[in-house]
Design a protein around this ligand. Structure first.
Ligand code: FES
Ligand code: FES
Length: 158
């Protein structure tokens, strides 16, 4: 089946199998390895990408469903060479990264939620920030630094 979509600002058409999972398409079909395979059953959030503004678990999403949509992966935000996205900046400033395996998912979840909050003029409470990240698991940091970094994204917008 042929699908056409935009990923990280680039328009692409590809022929894919209808059963192909989005995480496999992103990593193996497009060579974007920043999206991480963790549990592969919708529990850990390591595979989170943004589809039309919504954070989704790419391990639970068929690639054919991105037809006509816009996707952002971690590669679509800042890199070492390009300015970091504010979410990435805050993760670095607050020491919210240890092994880094969960970080792309944490960043993409926070990016989608912060964009939504900004668009709606909402400044979330700490409880709401925690709730926004409840689908993302980290085995290293104990979460405090990640929550701090995420809250700092919203404080910067005040
Ligand atoms: S790998 Fe997708 S939720 Fe864990
Ligand atoms: S930093 Fe290692 S899993 Fe989160």
């Amino acid at each position: 089946m042929k699908i056409t979509f935009k990923i990280n600002g680039e328009s692409i058409s590809k022929d894919i199998k209808p059963s192909l999972l989005l995480i496999d398409f992103i990593r193996d079909g497009l060579g974007l390895k920043g999206t991480k395979p963790g549990c592969l059953e919708g529990e850990c959030g390591a595979c989170t990408v943004i589809v039309d503004g919504l954070a989704i678990n790419s391990c639970m999403y068929l690639a054919i469903n991105i037809n006509g949509k816009e996707i952002t992966t971690i590669e679509g935000l800042g890199t070492k060479e390009n300015p970091l996205d504010k979410v990435q900046e805050k993760m670095v400033e607050h020491g919210a990264v240890q092994c880094g395996f969960c970080t792309p998912g944490m960043v993409m979840t926070t990016k989608a939620y912060s964009d939504k909050c900004i668009a709606e003029g909402i400044i979330p409470t700490q409880e709401e920030v925690k709730k926004s990240l409840e689908g993302n698991l980290c085995r290293c940091t104990g979460y405090a630094k990640i929550i701090e970094a995420s809250e700092a994204v919203y404080k910067q917008e005040r």
